[in-house]
Write a protein that binds this ligand. Structure first.
Ligand SMILES: [Zn+2]
Length: 233
């Protein structure tokens, strides 16, 4: 395991969903690359600027949060926040980055709706998860999918052997993030435009991650993030 590509819809998704796990991966010497599909320009709390200034702010916040976790390569596709569809253009744009990065694992949203926690099933999340899975299979590994990527950019096919999905209804893998929880909270706090008004975000997330750990059968006091791990071949 040398490289992991995390593909999410909005700035802050990776930090709420998986920052504790990402911090462990970078601590193990794994290179983690973020691909953020939108700039989160429809988000914000008590915003003062226009959508353009919000987009710039949220890119900066995501880049700062990534740095706190040891992630140095953060890429943005600039799709409009709130209007993402799992279209061919998005599949091609994700396929391009998969072939550039050549990851051993992709982490992305579950395309399935989770009725237990509906905020995890934001339409942009489901669209990005669906397009990312389609990019993993079949597009990135098929030399005849989006042939311009090979012909014009010289991007050879790449097979991603494993995908980790976040936020879906059927997790099957749990990561004990107790030791990296403080860094997760710091990363979430870096998204000040989204979280500055949330006084007890650390307490809320501690409770949420403790419940996941309990479901995973971990000892009392441990904290966990959950995923659905899928083999792609
Ligand atoms: Zn989101």
């Amino acid at each position: 395991m040398t490289r992991i590509l995390a593909i999410t819809a909005h700035p802050d998704d990776i930090d709420f969903g998986a920052a504790g796990t990402v911090a462990q991966w970078t601590g193990q010497g794994i290179e983690v690359v973020y691909l953020i599909v939108t700039d989160g320009d429809s988000g914000g709390h008590q915003r003062t600027g226009d959508a353009g200034s919000m987009a710039a702010l949220r890119r900066a916040e995501q880049t700062a949060a990534a740095t706190l976790l040891g992630v140095r390569d953060v890429r943005f596709l600039g799709y409009p926040d709130g209007r993402v569809e799992p279209c061919l253009d998005l599949r091609r744009d994700i396929t391009r980055v998969i072939r550039q990065v050549r990851p051993d694992r992709v982490l992305t949203h579950s395309p399935e709706r989770n009725y237990a926690r509906i905020a995890q099933s934001h339409p942009d999340h489901r669209a990005v998860g669906s397009a990312a899975l389609d990019a993993v299979y079949p597009d990135a590994r098929n030399p005849y999918a989006f042939p311009e990527l090979l012909a014009d950019d010289g991007l050879e096919p790449w097979t991603v052997p494993e995908v980790w999905l976040r936020g879906g209804p059927t997790p099957n893998h749990y990561v004990d993030v107790t030791d990296t929880f403080d860094r997760k909270i710091a990363a979430i706090r870096a998204h000040a435009s989204q979280t500055a008004h949330l006084d007890d975000i650390g307490g809320v997330l501690r409770g949420r991650l403790a419940a996941i750990a309990e479901k995973a059968g971990l000892p009392v006091g441990r904290l966990a993030e959950s995923f659905q791990v899928i083999a792609t071949s």
